[in-house]
Ligand binder design. Sequence first.
Ligand SMILES: Nc1ncnc2c1ncn2[C@@H]1O[C@H](COP(=O)(O)OP(=O)(O)O)[C@@H](O)[C@H]1O
Ligand SMILES: [Mg+2]
Length: 243
Amino acid sequence: MAEPTVHLEVRDLVVQYGGITAVRDVSFHVGVGETVALIGANGAGKTSILRAITGLVPKASGALFLEGRPITLVPPHRLPSLGLVMVPEGRGVFARMTVRENLQLGAMHRRISASRITEDIEEQYERFPRLAERAHQLAGTLSGGEQQMLALSRALMAKPQLLLLDEPSMGLAPIMVEKVFDVIADIASRGVSVLLVEQNARLALELAQRGLVLESGTLTHDDTASALLQSPAVRAAYLGEAT
Ligand SMILES: Nc1ncnc2c1ncn2[C@@H]1O[C@H](COP(=O)(O)OP(=O)(O)O)[C@@H](O)[C@H]1O
Ligand SMILES: [Mg+2]
């Protein structure tokens, strides 16, 4: 059988909160090894899409496929063992646990020995020397940028094949934003598929191969990142440029 080229397919997704429709018939895919940026204004429904994919909010309707297999009804805690890991908005580190404990938790679903976990943590410390220095510090005492590094690092402990990232640059100083994007580029260059939700549309589209634009719960664009970077409508609305 040929290797699947579509990693994640989202088909006709609808998310509702009470009577309000936040995501309206959204369909798109992420190719194997591809980085796709999902951009849109605050409140457009980006987080709702990621949370619906990971089963954290109910899907009013729609279907999800991972490498062609239906995962619509797979519960959230089973997804890491299928290679799908999300770094949530606000990072989601355990503030009252140490850096090291957070990393250990990242590997929880993998059936590997304590020594293997230690090896993988060492690998993360090499990637993020800052986390090594702070290994025994409570995660809640880290700076925002360090917490984002920890969140990415913890996600990597799960050995993801598909990473969903929700606003990784939010609230970070420009120098940390650059670092976080370097890390994401490095992860992507190792073949991990990435769905990147970002308000920083320019950076996201410069990193991604393809981009999706969400407006009030509806996808308005699904195109190559370079086409979106050149689109007058996208430039005016999301890249801070006058037409
Ligand atoms: N738990 C919730 N209950 C009710 N409404 C919500 C909830 N979460 C999000 N919404 C609403 O759904 C819309 C989309 O929100 P969200 O997915 O967080 O957008 P984004 O991530 O693009 O900023 C917004 O109008 C928001 O107020
Ligand atoms: Mg959001």
